[in-house]
Ligand binder design. Structure first.
Ligand SMILES: [Fe+2]
Length: 201
């Protein structure tokens, strides 16, 4: 068995005009596919450790040193992107009553959460991700990771994530990352976020 590239759960143009089809093709078929190819090449060197990336990345020191960084980069790249595709939809969705109440209690209001998430995504220097996670104490938290690092490696469960690598937005939004972040809020699949939130709690 090897790790396989999952198909998008919608058509490449489904998220237009917020996320364009050309970006989705490049992002999924090229970038994500490369992470899959490279993590399989790394894991093939150590068949004894298996292919459970969540488990491996939850304890990166358990990964043999000679493939550790490759698994962090490419295994993280695969997990992050596989989740990212599912976190978007063209359908109208909304946070569950439980999640909405937790967002209000944690951040003050939905708008305050949106501002915190937007600021974190905007100020991530270079390549990385912005996340809404459930932390070890069971609390919501907005965090950022560099490169393809996953919050799982910090003991946190990601329930919403935004890729802010330039490859995620440069075709359509050029250098204007804030416009891309704003657009993302129009295509969030809150049904998936609600499901991940319920599972994490
Ligand atoms: Fe990406």
């Amino acid at each position: 068995m090897a790790i396989i590239l999952p198909e998008l759960p919608y058509a490449y143009d489904a998220l237009e005009p917020y996320i364009d089809a050309e970006t989705m093709h490049l992002h999924h078929d090229k970038h994500h596919n490369t992470y899959v190819t490279n993590v399989n090449a790394a894991l093939a060197k150590h068949p004894e450790i298996g292919e459970n990336l969540e488990k491996l990345l939850a304890d990166v020191n358990s990964i043999p040193a000679d493939i550790r960084q490759a698994v962090i980069n490419n295994g993280g790249g695969h997990l992050n992107h596989a989740l990212f595709w599912e976190l978007m939809t063209a359908e109208e969705t909304a946070p569950s009553a439980e999640l909405a109440a937790d967002i209000d209690a944690t951040f003050g209001s939905f708008e305050d959460f949106k501002a915190a998430f937007t600021a974190t995504a905007t100020t991530r220097f270079g390549s990385g991700w912005a996340w809404l996670v459930v932390n070890k104490e069971g609390k919501l938290e907005v965090v950022s990771t560099a490169n393809q690092d996953t919050p799982i490696s910090d003991g946190k469960t990601p329930i919403l994530g935004l890729d802010v690598w330039e490859h995620a937005y440069y075709v359509k939004y050029r250098n204007v990352r804030p416009d891309y972040i704003k657009a993302f809020f129009s295509v969030i699949n809150w049904n998936k976020v609600n499901e991940l939130y319920a599972a994490a709690k």
